[in-house]
Design a protein around this ligand. Structure first.
Ligand code: ME8
Length: 537
């Protein structure tokens, strides 16, 4: 089918600050999007999956200085780390945006002009507090609340992350965010699923109900950013720049006819996936910016929780973060579990709306129980038996086999619908449970039907065919359903069953119908897909 005839599905990750190498937290969010992008491609959507880097602002400028580089040199040196990691982790993004690219400069400058024309912009001066690690302004009131928690040297601390704040006094342009309170509340009323999971909506709503302050959107005390086109001593506040990336990447402010067509087709985005730390930027400021310039609003913002690690001094679970320096490198997990085991653990064992403490012990447990002992073991047993009893092949299919009742067929009927509902809600743990039900049932079926006994009795040859076929058919369906999470091993399973051509399906529902198995094709036994881990590594 021509791509443009399919419905568009545009999904984005946050663009990550380039202040340090990517870590498990950034990889986690990127993977959440990747799984959704792969699932949607398999379900017939024309997907655009965007990720990238947020390269401006004080934090990045300071990181560059600390490394003795210009900000641009620093960003250029970091880009391969992000791109390389996404490739290694099988992230299938279609675009990678950097905010220092000309397309972003052009778009941001156009935003300034449209903001000025909208009447929601005015010049003033900012006098208040600023958290550099979070690139966020705080009012005197917000800071005062944390006064009693002053740092050792009596500094004012960030009410969100607890780190010292800077006092900022500078000439600045302001965006009249305060004018959007009613329209934002109306948006949340009319589109209760704008913010997901739903409990996050309450948080956003009460923040807006509390009243909105106008937002300082330009800075004059440093120069690492996009210049305001009509007042060049101002550079754009990093969030005002960064949020626009989503629209830039689909052609905002690009007058070329193809870009205009792309923008009309792709905007608004279906889903911005972000961490809960940046929910206000995405659910308050970003929609208000779009309202101000008269552009459509994104359909959904999905906010996930944090991966946390235990602080060895305090014993408390704390957010894994580049600025705190408590990150685990993705390479350590890849080395332990392989890329597909890594993806499986983070996508199915971490609850996506909540904070989750991660541990190597749990990773090993999940890998061994689900992948080595259940899914991997099922595949190898079934392929081995097929090869052994049927001369290296999938048995020839018997008349009417797909309509014959058996416990696996019963579970498999309608499985894609049950799974799709969970996948669309980004509830990958529940989607996995749907698939694992069939995996576990198939393992029990092997025990209950005892093909090794049936094989000894020539009178039961037909029964043996059906047992092996039912197993292989269940495996074929599970491989399709696992593919968004574990693309390589699923493709490998299908290849071993002589179905390599099926791996890139664009009609998952049809692919998962009971009865799609090919009979008589060669089977490849191959090495264990998920070798069992020793309990301690
Ligand atoms: O905020 N657990 O970039 P950033 C889970 N540039 N996810 C985590 C995490 C953790 N411990 N730590 C980080 C920025 N993340 C801005 C975004 S978008 C227009 C601009 C993920 O590098 C999570 O998704 O600080 C979080 O929202 C994001 O990384 C922040 O990345």
């Amino acid at each position: 089918m021509d791509q443009t005839e399919k419905p568009s599905f545009f999904i984005t990750t946050p663009i990550y600050y380039v202040n340090a190498a990517p870590h498990l937290g950034t990889a986690y969010c990127t993977m959440l999007c990747d799984v959704q992008a792969r699932y949607r491609r398999a379900s017939g959507y024309d997907v655009k999956f965007l990720t990238g880097m947020d390269e401006h602002g004080q934090k990045v400028a300071e990181a560059a200085e600390a490394h003795g580089m210009t900000p641009q040199e620093w960003c250029d040196s970091q880009a391969p780390l992000f791109k390389g990691l996404w490739e290694q982790l099988e992230v299938s993004n279609d675009d990678f945006i950097r905010t220092t690219e000309p397309r972003q400069t052009r778009a941001v400058q156009r935003l300034w002009e449209r903001m000025r024309d909208s009447g929601y912009l005015y010049k003033g001066s900012y006098d208040g507090w600023y958290c550099v690690p979070e690139e966020t302004y705080f009012t005197e009131n917000q800071v005062r609340k944390s006064d009693e928690e002053r740092g050792a040297e009596g500094q004012h601390l960030c009410p969100d992350c607890g780190r010292p704040l800077e006092r900022v006094q500078e000439e600045s342009y302001f965006f009249k965010l305060s004018a959007f309170q009613d329209r934002l509340l109306a948006l949340y009323d009319e589109h209760p699923d704008f913010v997901q999971p739903s409990f996050r909506m309450n948080e956003v709503r009460s923040f807006v109900e509390g009243g909105l302050q106008d937002l300082s959107v330009s800075r004059t005390s440093f120069d690492w950013g996009i210049k305001v086109p009509f007042d060049e001593k101002h550079v754009t506040y990093v969030w005002f720049d960064a949020l626009l990336n989503y629209a830039t990447a689909v052609g905002f402010a690009d007058e070329a006819p193809e870009a205009k067509a792309e923008y009309a087709r792709r905007w608004p985005a279906q889903c911005h996936v972000v961490g809960k730390d940046i929910i206000r930027f995405h659910c308050v400021i970003w929609p208000a910016m779009l309202m101000a310039i008269g552009e459509p609003l994104p359909e959904h913002v999905f906010a996930h929780g944090f991966l946390t690690v235990r602080n060895s001094e305090t014993g408390q679970a704390e957010k894994m973060s580049k600025s705190r320096g408590n990150v685990i490198a993705p390479a350590d997990v890849v080395e332990r579990l392989g890329v597909e085991g890594y993806r499986y653990y983070f996508m199915t064992d971490v609850t996506h709306g909540e904070d989750s403490a991660i541990s190597f012990e749990r990773m090993d447990q999940v890998y061994n129980a689900d992948l080595a002992n259940s899914w991997g073991n099922l595949v190898s047993r079934a392929l081995n038996m097929s090869a052994k009893y049927f001369d290296g092949k999938v048995p020839e299919l018997q008349e009417g086999w797909a309509a014959r009742e058996n416990p696996l067929r019963e579970i498999a009927l309608g499985i894609e619908g049950r799974y799709a509902e969970k996948m669309e809600a980004l509830d990958y743990a529940a989607a996995k449970d749907v698939v694992m039900e069939l995996v576990h049932a198939a393992n029990h079926y092997v025990e209950d039907s005892a093909p090794w006994t049936v094989a000894k009795d020539p009178a039961r040859a037909g029964e043996l065919v059906d047992i092996i076929v039912n197993l292989l058919e269940s495996i074929r369906i599970c491989a399709h359903l696992f593919a968004p999470i574990m693309p390589e091993t699923s493709a490998e399973v299908l290849r071993r069953m002589g179905l390599a051509g099926e791996a890139e399906t664009e009609d998952l529902a049809a692919a998962c119908e009971w009865g799609g198995l090919a009979g008589g094709v060669e089977v490849t036994k191959g090495d264990a897909l998920f070798p069992r881990l020793a309990t301690k590594k």
